[in-house]
Each structure stands twice: as C-alpha cells, then as structure tokens.
Design a protein around this ligand. Structure first.
Ligand SMILES: *Cc1c(COP(=O)(O)O)cnc(C)c1O
Length: 426
C-alpha cells in the first residue's frame, strides 16, 4: 500500500465512514475544474461538488488569488471589537441577494454552526422579551447538521440514535406531498395556534441529506404564512440550497413569505474555505438592541469572519453574479430536466426529480428507500470505476455538479447512469 494511505489508515478518522469495512479513501494529489486528480494518475469527475460545496470548479484561479492576496494582507483578526473590509464587503454582497427583509449577518464556520446560531437567535429572541415559547417544529426527513441543536431539529434515526437522550424535544410534522398536503397544513395550523411555538425550521423546497426530496413552494409558503401569522419565527436552512443550487440564488426566492432567519454555508466560498452565515430580519435584531448587557447574543467562534474565508466568498460571489455562471446554471437545469423525463419511466426507476442544478433518481429496490439501503454499496463503486464520483443517498443517485461542467460531461454522467439502470436487477 502507498505509504501515505498507510499513514492515513493508522492515524485518521474520516467522516461518515465506518472504521471497519468502510470504503478505502482515494488519494487526491490535485484538482482542476470538475476533475479530481488521483495519486495513481486517474481523473475523476466530481459530480457531487465535493459534498455540495463547489460551485466554480476546483482550484479556481480567482478564488485562489483572492485567498493568497488576503493571506499576505490580513489572515485573521479577533472579530469582537475589531472588523475588516472582507467581512464588511461580504455582508453587503450577501444582503444584496438574500430576501430583502434580511438585515444583519452573523458569521460562523460551517452549516451546522450557522443553524445553531439561527436556533439560539430564535430562542433568545423570546427570552429577551420575557416570553415563554419553547416548542420547535421541523419536517420529517430533515437534516440540519451534526451538532446537538442541529441534530435535535433533524430527523431522528441511525445518525442520531446514540445521542437521543441528549437532544431537545422537537415536533416533527410529515413531509408534505401531493396526497397529505391539506392534512399537514391543518396539523401545522393547530400547532402554531397553540401560542407556545418558538420557531419553525425547514430546508426550503429540497431536503438534501434526506434523499434530495423535493416539495412544493405553494405548501411551504402556506406554512410560513401560517407561522408568521401566529408569530412563530421561521428559520430557512439554505445551507445546501443557497447560491444557485435550485436555479434561483436562494430557494427562498421561490416563496412570497420571507423567513425571519436564514442559515447558509456550503457554496458560500465556492467550496474553498469553511464559512457559515446566519442572517436575520430587523424584527430579530430589535429584540437584541438594548442597553441591558444581558440581552447580548453571547455566541462566537475563534475564527468568526475569518478574512481568508470572507475573501474567498467575495471572489466566489463575483463569479456567481456573472451572466456566464447564471447561463451555466440554466443549462444544467435544462439538461437535468430533459434527462429526468427520459428515464422517468425506466423499469428500475421509482421516481426521478430535478430542480435547478439538482437531479435525483430513486431506484426501485425490494427494501424500500433508506440511507442504509444495500444498493448504495453497488452504486458508489460502479461509478467510481468509471471515474465518476457519485455518492448515493441509499438507493437515490443524485447529480449535483460544479456549475462549470460542460454539456458533454453532463451527458457522460447521464449515459453512465443509464448503463447502471439497464444493468440493475432488483
Ligand atoms: C450540510 C448541511 C448542513 C450542515 O452543514 P455542515 O457544514 O456540514 O456542518 C446543514 N443543513 C443542511 C440543509 C445541509 O445540507
């Protein structure tokens, strides 16, 4: 075995990977555009944007140069009592594309912390006003991150079982679909009318880790409208859906009711640096604007608003706002939709979905759909052997490429998916 891989095996614990019987890691030397270059000379297409973070391709020059220049100017400074231009510019950039009611930006390091900050803001919003509201509503199948607050609001199951006694209570309502929509809205109305619900948290339009499950903007809009009518704070977790993934800059732009609090991360730096952001409306801010020191939001991380990450995010923002990039997003959306229609009736396809740059194909299996579905053990190597990185969620294959992917490259992925579907025997 390669010496580096042996050292990896000896010393490193990889995320979401069993220590015994897990997949052996592939050693990557470099990457360019949508390709990962392996140590042994292969070029692997990154069709999942390296866990949904990459927007403009790997080793993007603009982003790399922005980070390098920033590192030589100001690499970091404590963000309590001090500030800097990259953070200020980024706040301005973000507020220019977030729903117009968002008014302040709070920085952290990743999606989970962005959600934690959102939850803590919501809870303290009520606390600061001396109002006892403790209940939280979330959707079945939700994923909001791996820290305790974000696990609490997420779907309970194999990922959270060992921690179940330590998670706070959350009311999970059924995931809305065409059949149950009316019942879900009615249940939701009854819950929020109770007067003791502090917040409603959701992944707008697409549940990512939950299997790229999609639901209707009309229903979500109705739920947010009901919640806000009863003064329940709405937290949109756009960690995954932000920055063009769903075809619009944010999934919330498909809705007419804007959330009170938003969490974003993943694509924010184009996939180059760790950064999380929680934004909120003036209504939230007002509950913290007080001469009373005890109403301060006492939360922060050592690397809050790291200038390198902010500089990377500003460079990624500039690329995202170019017509070229928006056209790419539209092209991917069109190709995805066409392929979805093509394979929707394939004998091995249970259901195919697409929205913007996200394509998901649920494969028929006797086990029924789940993350632990045995099919994942066949799908992953099938594509990797063909130099395509697809990391299925159980029996759901999804394609989520960096926006710089070319049409021929997309079609190569689709062809490979068809090959798998044709060969697959239930
Ligand atoms: C990935 C994800 C998170 C967690 O983000 P991390 O950066 O992995 O902590 C939270 N919410 C959603 C919707 C996500 O997809």
């Amino acid at each position: 075995m390669n010496n580096l891989l042996q050292l990896d095996k000896d010393h490193i614990w990889h995320p979401f990977t069993p220590l015994t019987g897990g997949i052996e890691p592939v050693l990557i030397r470099s990457a360019q555009g949508i390709y990962l270059h392996t140590d042994d000379g292969r070029e692997i297409m990154d069709a999942v944007s390296s866990w949904w973070v990459n927007l403009h391709g790997h080793a993007n020059k603009d982003i790399a140069q922005a980070i390098a220049a920033q590192a030589l100017t100001l690499e970091h400074v404590i963000f309590a009592g001090f500030t800097h231009e990259p953070a200020i510019a980024l706040a301005k950039n973000l507020l220019s594309i977030l729903p117009s009611n968002q008014s302040k930006i709070f920085y952290s390091d990743n999606g989970s912390t962005a959600v934690e900050v959102g939850l803590k803001m919501a809870f303290q919003y009520w606390h600061n006003q001396g109002i006892q509201k403790r209940k939280v509503i979330a959707l079945d199948g939700a994923y909001h991150g791996d820290t305790f607050g974000s696990m609490s609001v997420g779907e309970r199951g194999m990922f959270t079982d060992p921690f179940a006694p330590f998670l706070f209570d959350v009311i999970h309502i059924p995931f809305p679909d065409a059949e149950n929509a009316e019942a879900v809205v009615t249940q939701f109305q009854n819950l929020v009318a109770g007067g003791d619900v502090a917040a409603f948290i959701f992944e707008p339009l697409v549940q990512g880790a939950g299997g790229m499950r999609m639901y209707d903007a009309t229903i979500l809009n109705q739920l947010i409208g009901e919640a806000q009518h009863h003064n329940v704070l709405c937290i949109a977790d756009e960690v995954f859906t932000g920055f063009g993934r769903t075809g619009k800059l944010f999934a919330s732009h498909y809705l007419s009711h804007a959330p009170d609090i938003m969490a974003v991360s993943k694509g924010i730096t184009g996939g180059s640096m760790a950064l999380g952001v929680t934004s909120c409306s003036e209504k939230i801010v007002a509950a913290f604007q007080s001469a009373d020191f005890m109403k301060t939001f006492f939360h922060g991380h050592s690397y809050t608003a790291n200038p390198l990450a902010c500089a990377a995010a500003n460079a990624s923002f500039a690329l995202l706002m170019k017509d070229e990039c928006q056209e790419q997003i539209n092209t991917i959306a069109r190709e995805h939709a066409a392929f979805k229609s093509k394979i929707a009736n394939h004998r091995n396809v249970k259901v195919a979905r697409s929205l913007g740059t996200i394509l998901a194909i649920e494969i028929k299996t006797p086990e029924g759909s789940s993350y632990a579905n045995a099919l994942r053990k066949r799908i992953y190597p099938f594509f990797l052997e063909r130099n395509i990185l697809l990391r299925p969620l159980g029996n759901t294959i999804y394609v989520l490429p960096p926006y710089v992917i070319k049409v021929e490259e997309l079609r190569k992925i689709y062809d490979c998916i068809e090959l798998f579907l044709d060969a697959h025997v239930n």
